[in-house]
Design a protein around this ligand. Structure first.
Ligand code: GAR
Length: 231
């Protein structure tokens, strides 16, 4: 007997997405997962903010959501471990094979990171290890870099660190503002995050000595791109 069309395809990797706001990277992964041959499915979305716009987006697609409001926990260091324990409980309720941080703006405890070691990924809006932390686009403009971008990486206990899976670079153009540069980077985030999640789901990622090898992916350079261009 064949399953009804709406029943989940259990051959696909179950993914939980953690958000704090807009959720456009979550949406990019959801859009990619609409393709019948995409190897992962989003089984749940968890936010630390009840007003995160991405929650409504997920619910509109029928994805179950949970909120673990960090404001319900003591401020500062005292609240971190209990918050992370509640967060882990919410994540585990979906039994995911992969946990995807998509604009999740809380620093996680080493205990949380260890619990999901090897199956916890993040996207960061810079070419790491440049510009870890906040305000990456403003800092890139302040430094006058000519190339900027985004990084998908495995999460380790060190903030915005960990083995790099995939990066995309964009030029910094004369006259760029924080808004124009962040929009250029965000468009690339939406391209690379679904791809990295698919690679993980296809079991193509291996971490060796802190470096990620992607099975079946060319390691030769495509071409250099120069910013600014010209002779
Ligand atoms: C994205 O640009 C993401 O790279 C960044 O927050 C934004 C979330 O947007 N994440 C970080 O800065 C984490 N250090 P989104 O909610 O629309 O996906």
């Amino acid at each position: 007997m064949s399953a009804p069309a709406s029943s989940p395809d259990r051959s696909k990797l179950a993914v939980v997405v953690l958000i704090s706001g807009r959720g456009s990277n979550m949406e990019a992964i959801l859009a990619a997962s609409d393709a019948p041959d995409y190897p992962a499915r989003v089984v749940g979305v968890v936010s630390n903010r009840p007003d995160a716009a991405g929650l409504a987006t997920a619910q509109a697609r029928g994805i179950p959501v949970r909120v673990v409001n960090h404001k319900d926990f003591p401020a500062g260091e005292a609240g971190r471990a209990p918050f992370d324990a509640a967060l882990a409980e919410a994540v585990d309720s979906f039994s995911p094979g992969l946990v995807v941080l998509a604009g999740f703006m809380r620093i996680l405890t080493p205990g949380f990171v260890t619990r999901y070691e090897g199956r916890l990924v993040n996207i960061h809006p810079s070419l790491l290890p440049s510009f870890p932390g906040l305000h990456t686009h403003r800092r890139a403009l302040d430094e006058g870099v000519r190339v900027h971008g985004c990084t998908v990486h495995f999460v380790t206990a060190q903030l915005d660190h960990g083995p790099i899976i995939l990066q995309a670079a964009v030029p910094v153009l004369d006259g760029d503002s924080e808004a124009t540069l962040s929009a250029r980077v965000l468009a690339e985030e939406h391209r690379i995050y679904p791809r990295a999640v698919a690679w993980f789901a296809q079991d193509r990622l291996r971490v060796e000595a802190g470096r990620v090898r992607v099975a079946g992916s060319p390691t030769t350079a495509v071409a250099a791109f120069h910013s600014p261009g010209g002779a």
